[in-house]
Ligand binder design. Structure first.
Ligand code: AVJ
Length: 321
């Protein structure tokens, strides 16, 4: 074990993030109104997202896990011996743990996340279960440039970006993000990315508008969060959850649609809604293997291999810088 990497203190490179209020004000003043999907994940939202991942209609999580299980040895074969694995937006370590089974030669795991608290818990749990694996958490917003611990500079690097998180970014932003990962990881690095695939509209829309209403609650939690944290006076009952696949953009859009004409207040500022006016809260882009490879190529990554499930629902890509 490299003691420098198992040190308690994480590397912190976090630009201050008191932006929730100004982002909400700007988004509600815009036309059309928008709110950023990154604000879904407070404690309540994260718990609702965990519920989404096991819904019968929400195929991405279980399908990606199956691909990681079944194709793990092939995926692992693309990572050099002694590599450090950097996970961008580490979330829960469930997917990482699946991949780790096939990576006995890994020299370190580097989870990168904005939540210092969450990172600390995940790192502690991993160290308890896998004492031989050095864990070097980095507190950072992976959408901005950040530095890896100096102690990693002597080893090959690989990146892991599962969960189709890439789908939350507009294609131009997604390309910038992938290019940024390449700058952080360096020439010769391998990147493993999970990407949701284009498919039948009914399957896609059901995955984002489940019968049990969990995704609706997840979307509406954004309004509860604004009430809790920004002194909002919104009645969430006056908004409806809507999820629609727009073919031209190849994306699922989630909206909160005002059921009535009304004026809401957030930290003292008023925002008027017409009946039926929506707040656009999330995009989840869907790719084909070819369209994702084209995006990756624009960002300086070449395709090495891609794996899908038997039904062609989800894909895992290996890319090389
Ligand atoms: C975490 C962005 C991959 O787009 O499928 C799930 C988020 N939103 N249900 C996705 C989400 C509604 C999810 N990602």
């Amino acid at each position: 074990i490299d003691p420098r990497l198992s040190a308690e203190a994480p590397t912190v490179s976090l630009p201050e993030n008191g932006l929730f209020l100004t982002d909400v004000w700007d988004g509600l003043a815009a036309n059309p109104k928008t709110l950023s999907a990154k604000y879904f994940y407070d404690a309540a939202g994260s718990a609702l997202f965990e519920k989404i991942t096991v819904l019968p209609e929400y195929y991405p999580t279980r399908t990606e896990l199956r691909i990681l299980d079944e194709r793990g040895p092939e995926i692992a074969a693309h990572l050099p011996e002694g590599a450090a694995l950097v996970e961008f937006g580490s979330g829960s370590t469930v997917k990482l743990r699946r991949l780790l089974r096939h990576l006995p030669g890994l020299s370190a795991y580097v989870p990168v996340d904005v939540s210092a608290e969450f990172l600390r818990e995940q790192a502690e749990a991993l160290r308890a279960d896998l004492p031989a694996l050095p864990v070097a958490p980095v507190v950072a917003d992976f959408t901005r440039p950040f530095a890896l611990p100096q102690s990693l500079s002597d080893r090959p690097l690989a990146g892991f970006f599962p969960g189709s998180t890439i789908g939350n970014f507009e294609p131009a932003e997604a390309a910038r993000l992938l290019d940024g990962f390449g700058r952080i990881l360096g020439e010769g690095a391998t990147l493993i990315v999970g990407v949701d695939l284009v498919k039948d509209r009914a399957v896609l829309e059901a995955a984002y508008d489940d019968a049990a209403g969990v995704t609706a609650a997840f979307n509406l939690n954004l309004l509860h969060r604004i009430n809790r944290e920004l002194a909002g006076d919104i009645d969430p009952e006056t908004f409806a959850h809507r999820a629609v696949f727009t073919e031209a953009e190849s994306r699922i859009e989630m909206h909160l649609v005002s059921r009535v004409a009304q004026t809401i207040h957030v930290a003292g500022r008023a925002f008027a809604f017409a009946e039926g006016e929506s707040i656009h809260t999330e995009n989840s882009y869907k790719y084909t293997i070819a369209s994702f490879r084209a995006l990756a190529a624009r960002a300086g990554w070449s395709a090495v291999e891609a794996w899908t499930d038997a039904d062609g629902l989800f894909s895992v890509h290996a890319l090389r810088r």
